[in-house]
Design a protein around this ligand. Sequence first.
Ligand SMILES: Cc1ncc(COP(=O)(O)O)c(C=O)c1O
Length: 480
Amino acid sequence: MLVRLANGREIPVEMHKTRIVQKIYLKSFAERLKAMEEGGYNTFSLRTRDIFLDMLTDSGVNAMSDNQLAAMITADDAYAGGEGYYRLKDAVKDVLGFDWVLPVHQGRAAEHLLAKVLIKPGTVIPMNYHFTTTKVHFELAGATVLEIYIDEAINTQSKHPFKGSLDPQKFRDVIKKYGREKIPFVRMEATANLLGGQPFSLDNLREIRKIANEHGIPLVFDGSLIQEAAYFIKTREKGYDKKSIGDIIKEMMAEVDIYYMSARKTASVRGGLIAVNDKKYYDQFLVWLPVYEGFLTYGGMSVKEVEAMAVGLREILDVEVAGSSAEFVKYFAERLIESGVPVVTPPGGLAAHLDAKRFLPHIPQSQYPAGALAAGVYLASGIRCMERGTISMERDAKGNEVFADLELARLAVPRRVYSMSQIEFAVDRIAWLYKNRDLVGGLKFVEEPPVLRFFFGKLAALDNWGAKLGEAVKKNFGER
Ligand SMILES: Cc1ncc(COP(=O)(O)O)c(C=O)c1O
């Protein structure tokens, strides 16, 4: 919840108290450099013990509530017919309004089933923006992903409240160019992760739905951050400030044919689901569910997580839960801006995003500025963030590098995990790094996997800049 201080400043306050904690460590610079070099300048390869604040992602690392943990203890441990599934089904009906639910082990498993059932080779999938796993699954099934975002989407210094919108005119053009039969569905991602967690408006969703209806094209909705999407509609779209998160979610869902999500994000558990009202889709997905995931009533998830998902889904209706991450992200981004650091504006859901093209203008995209920035942030602070730029792209069919629209270092704010003083530490070190940005250099691949290379790729610092940055860190901050 946002509260106003006597000096007029609005700050987010935590509407929960902490009852279980995990010890963390701030390793010395020498230890951080060793970890980074051994990990091939890829923050994915770091171990928890080497990390001070883990801002890699919000996926699977949000804090769960006491009621979620309680539900895990009483979980019904059945292979088939588990009661947890029926509690989840009821929660999905109450919160999202869908009758038919298929749990899956995580978001990308839902994408795999969507691709398996709905995509034929040679088709095209229009969407507001891709997510890494979405694109790979859809392309493996033979489709081409068409990102038809509004032009403002890739302006990193914008005031546009809904940069995650899908451009209606571009959608009409795509339908005209390819024809309805080549378009199995249109996909809306709420919020658009790789654009910096940017939302679309309900108005935009309705317009896209209207166009899709005119041509009989189903609408697929990736609701991995649905509560943030609803929170942004409530706080940014005219006419919604008095509506509840639940009402807004219901209004969004009225436009959707197939809903899926990574519950690792939405419901703070480790799982995912697909939900529909048209039983035709349900029957098609159900055929493949036991092949790739598991029996219907657990879908590859632990039954404990199924129970916790049912509880977590209901909890997103609380505006203090729905807005908790977005408010901290806003505070974090605004404090960075006050310190002169280039971040993506307006702040979106899930993370504060450093704009690496502006932060490190001396590093060309061929030397991966977002990856270099993520490494630099870790070396300067012990904070782990994620590259969301060219390293996160796939090479084209000829093996050429595909430069990302945006080069971002994403500092995720998992829900209810970090405190204000930890955010202030992050701001301070990142501001210091920005002042000393010339010390950060480019990266080159030394081991490059053929697919989703950002996960396991190994890189090296050009001209050994990590060690040089270390000298400056030590001079300013001592060992840590
Ligand atoms: C928008 C979006 N869709 C899909 C996924 C994939 O979900 P998962 O990581 O659970 O497989 C993610 C994961 O971060 C995501 O952000």
